[in-house]
Ligand binder design. Structure first.
Ligand code: SF4
Length: 264
C-alpha cells in the first residue's frame, strides 16, 4: 500500500470518527468495497446506484405512488388512531419521514419529547446522533427513511408495552411494505424484537443480518435483510458501544455497496 493511500484511509477514518463522536478508535480497515461496483445478489436495477436514487428523491412528497400511499396511511389511519391509550397524551402522531423509495430504512422505538412536539421522527439529541451515523455512512437523511414502531410518545419516554406494540406495529409493517427497502436497520431492543418477532435482546441480535419477513412469520414470503444495532439514545448514555454500532453500519454499507465519505 502506498503512502498516499494510507494517508487517505487515515484521513477518512478520522473524519468518520469525528462524525460519530469517537475520540480514539483503532484504525479499522474498511470491510466494504472502495469502488461502487454492484453488490452480488442486489440485482441490476437503479437500487444499486445510490447517487442516482438520491437525485431521483428530489421529487416532492406526493409525486410518487409510494409517497402517496404513505400519506394516505398517515392521513386516514395514523393521525386519528385511538387503538391504544397513548392517543390520550400525545401532542400529535409521528409517522416517519424521508425518501419514499429508500434503499435503507431506520426503525426506532417511539417518539420522544421533541418528536412529539415537532411531529417528526428522531429530531432530538438521539436524532442528531442518528444524523451523524447516517452522514458517516455517506448518506443524508433525505436519502433514507426514518420511523418508529410506535407512532405516539409513551409518557415520560417509558418503554412501550406489549399491547401498544401489538396495536401499532401493523402501521409499521404497512409502511415497510410500501417502502420496499433493500436493508432495514432496527435501533434498539424494542424495535429489533418487534420486527424479528423474538425475545432476544439487542446484545445478542446485533452484529449480523437477520431475515425480516413483512408477513411477520419466519419463512413466510419474501424477506428483507435486517441489521439490529444499538439505539442512538443508548449510545448517548454508553458511548463506548459506538464502535460496535459502527461495525454494524459498516456491514450495512457493504451490503448496499456504499463507499464512505472521502472514499474513492
Ligand atoms: S401508538 Fe399507535 S396504536 Fe397507539 S394510538 Fe398511537 S398510532 Fe394508534
Amino acid at each position: 500500500m502506498g503512502l498516499a493511500t494510507l494517508k487517505q484511509l487515515l484521513t477518512q477514518q478520522l473524519r468518520t470518527d469525528q462524525l460519530l463522536g469517537l475520540r480514539s478508535v483503532p484504525l479499522v480497515w474498511p470491510e466494504f468495497s472502495t469502488s461502487k461496483k454492484e453488490v452480488p445478489g442486489a440485482g441490476g436495477d437503479s437500487r444499486n446506484a445510490p447517487t442516482a436514487r438520491a437525485d431521483a428523491s428530489h421529487t416532492q412528497a406526493g409525486d410518487s405512488p409510494q409517497a402517496g400511499r404513505l400519506r394516505l396511511l398517515d392521513d386516514t389511519q395514523v393521525k386519528s388512531c385511538t387503538k391504544c391509550s397513548l392517543c390520550k397524551e400525545r401532542t400529535q402522531t409521528v409517522f416517519g419521514q424521508g425518501n419514499a423509495s429508500p434503499r435503507l430504512v431506520f426503525v426506532g422505538e417511539a417518539p420522544g419529547y421533541e418528536e412529539d412536539q415537532q411531529g417528526l421522527a428522531f429530531v432530538g439529541r438521539a436524532g442528531q446522533l442518528l444524523t451523524r451515523m447516517i452522514t458517516a455512512m455517506g448518506l443524508t437523511r433525505d436519502e433514507v427513511y426514518i420511523c418508529n414502531v410506535l407512532k405516539c410518545r409513551p409518557p415520560k419516554n417509558r418503554d412501550p408495552s406489549a399491547e401498544e406494540i401489538l396495536a401499532c406495529s401493523p402501521y409499521l409493517r404497512e409502511q415497510l411494505e410500501i417502502l420496499q427497502p433493500e436493508v432495514v436497520v432496527s435501533l434498539g431492543s424494542p424495535a429489533s424484537k418487534t420486527l424479528l418477532n423474538t425475545a432476544e435482546g439487542i446484545g445478542r441480535l446485533r452484529g449480523r443480518f437477520h431475515d425480516f419477513y413483512l408477513s411477520g412469520h419466519s419463512g413466510d414470503g419474501p424477506s428483507v435483510p435486517l441489521m439490529p444495532t444499538y439505539h442512538p439514545a443508548y449510545l448517548l448514555r454508553s458511548p463506548s458501544e459506538k464502535r460496535k454500532t459502527w461495525s454494524d453500519l459498516q456491514m450495512v454499507m457493504s451490503r448496499l455497496g456504499l463507499t464512505p465519505p472521502g472514499g474513492s
